[in-house]
Design a protein around this ligand. Structure first.
Ligand code: ADP
Length: 323
């Protein structure tokens, strides 16, 4: 028996705007139930790639296949997908229920069936009871939930999200991020999530495609990408702080793996300040600086202006210096 074709398959997709290469030679696949993050800095081509997948942009070269069918030239409504944008793109003149029922209606469902689907989608995003509200009567977080419900209501095979949390404040973002994780697991759809935030990618995606200047420079399971960045640029973008340049390469030291405290060489404590996830400590040595995030208990070991730390060189990675 032949294996099913992937839900989504991009083959050598490129897109340029005038002299700007936005996306260059991208190939990847996505299976149902999988969440893939397109992760990279601003301007690296994430949104353009998402818009190509959605059918909002035509690629200059390459193919977009859905369930094995070439859909490169198909309009968005023939792709069975749900779209969620950073700015929600809701209809201000419609109430919540009608905003959400719009998707199923457009796909030819009757008024009643569309409203039933809309109610179910609103329950999925915990907005039941707000059906009659106008969009301007909702908070930013609630508006983003409406946008999500609108994308989910037609039960799409593929859900595409472009920075869905970036217009929300930190607290809302954290709570909606949790809900997104649950939703992604529940829908069974394939999900492509555009984000510049490595924490978001780590929390939500099973696989990550790391993008730089239009290209996918690394793709793989999220844990593996974070554990084994392919190059120094990737490591730095993923938040690693201990990179030591050598001719042509950089040595990456991940403290959780390569440092034992309380034994070994004596380091000078340059700085010790409270951070988001612990005490941020900078140690100095003739080899260079070492940045650690310690629990308050561990930080208690930082006595006076010196502490002991042993580095296991076998646990360090030597990466191509491509920065
Ligand atoms: P990202 O989503 O990673 O921030 P984009 O896909 O938005 O990146 O943009 C990739 C590149 O393409 C950038 O250099 C951007 O300026 C350019 N670009 C995107 N959309 C357009 C457009 N409609 N016209 C011209 N240039 C564009």
């Amino acid at each position: 028996m032949r294996a099913d074709p992937p839900l989504l398959e991009l083959s050598a997709v490129s897109r340029r705007y005038g002299g700007t290469v936005a996306v260059q030679d991208v190939s990847l696949t996505l299976s149902p139930g999988e969440t893939l993050a397109l992760l990279g800095p601003s301007g690296c081509g994430k949104s353009t790639l998402l818009r190509v997948i959605a059918g909002l942009e035509r690629p200059d070269a390459g193919q977009v296949r859905l369930n094995g069918q070439d859909r490169t030239a198909s309009p968005p409504e023939q792709r069975n997908l749900g779209l969620v944008f950073q700015d929600y793109a809701l209809f201000p003149h419609l109430n919540v229920l009608d905003n959400v029922a719009y998707g199923p209606r457009r796909r030819g469902q009757g008024r009643l069936a569309a409203k039933t689907a809309a109610r179910a989608a609103l329950a999925q995003v915990s907005l039941d009871g707000l059906e009659r509200r106008r969009i301007h009567e909702l908070s930013g977080g609630q508006q983003q939930r409406v946008a999500l419900a609108r994308a989910l209501a037609p039960n799409p095979a593929l859900l595409l999200l472009d920075e869905p949390l970036s217009n929300l404040d930190e607290q809302l973002r954290a709570s909606l991020r949790q809900d997104l994780g649950r939703l992604f697991a529940d829908t069974g759809a394939g999900v492509v999530l555009v984000t510049h935030d490595q924490h978001e990618a780590r929390a939500l995606a099973g696989r990550v495609a790391l993008m730089r200047a239009g290209r996918v420079v690394q793709i793989g399971e999220t844990d593996k990408v974070f554990r084994r960045p392919a190059t120094a640029w990737a490591a730095a973008f993923l938040g690693e702080r201990n990179l030591y340049p050598q001719p042509g390469v950089e040595v990456l030291l991940v403290p959780e793996r390569a440092v034992t405290l309380g034994v070994g060489e004596v380091w000078t404590v340059l700085e010790s300040v409270p951070g988001v996830s612990g005490i941020e400590v900078t140690l100095d040595h003739r080899l260079g600086a070492l940045r650690l995030t310690l629990s308050p208990r561990e930080a208690g070991l930082v006595s006076g202006s010196e502490m002991q730390a042993e580095i296991d060189r076998d646990q360090c990675l030597v990466l191509l210096d491509d920065r």
